[in-house]
Design a protein around this ligand. Structure first.
Ligand code: SF4
Ligand code: SF4
Length: 101
């Protein structure tokens, strides 16, 4: 596992300077963590240094980031599509309203 940066990033660069293995770089629209380089600060710090440094709490473990993203989508009225046996394509079918005129 590695850490990753959510869309809350405000491009302050604080995390980039703190990462002991230089896993963080500026991306096209926000800072990003290379998951192949991030070692979660093991052997360097007792906790993830990027998380410690980030002023907007945008550095999170990958799993938390996924959950955060899903929660954000849900808050914006676009809940993530969950594929199930009853709905294998993920296509939502809206109930048809019948009006009497
Ligand atoms: S958890 Fe540590 S190693 Fe991984 S990106 Fe953050 S500062 Fe770098
Ligand atoms: S410290 Fe947080 S806000 Fe600043 S560049 Fe890193 S992820 Fe973005």
């Amino acid at each position: 596992m590695s850490y990753m940066i959510t869309s809350e990033c405000i491009n302050c660069s604080a995390c980039e300077m703190e990462c002991p293995v230089r896993a963080i770089t500026a991306g096209p629209s926000q800072y990003v963590i290379n998951p192949n380089v991030c070692i979660e600060c093991q052997g360097y710090y007792p906790e993830a240094r990027c998380k410690w440094a980030c002023p907007v709490d945008a550095c999170v473990p990958e799993r938390s980031a996924y959950q955060f993203r899903n929660a954000s989508l849900t808050n914006r009225g676009a809940p993530p599509v969950v594929l199930t046996a009853n709905n294998p394509t993920g296509v939502k079918r809206m109930p048809i309203e019948v009006t009497s005129e």
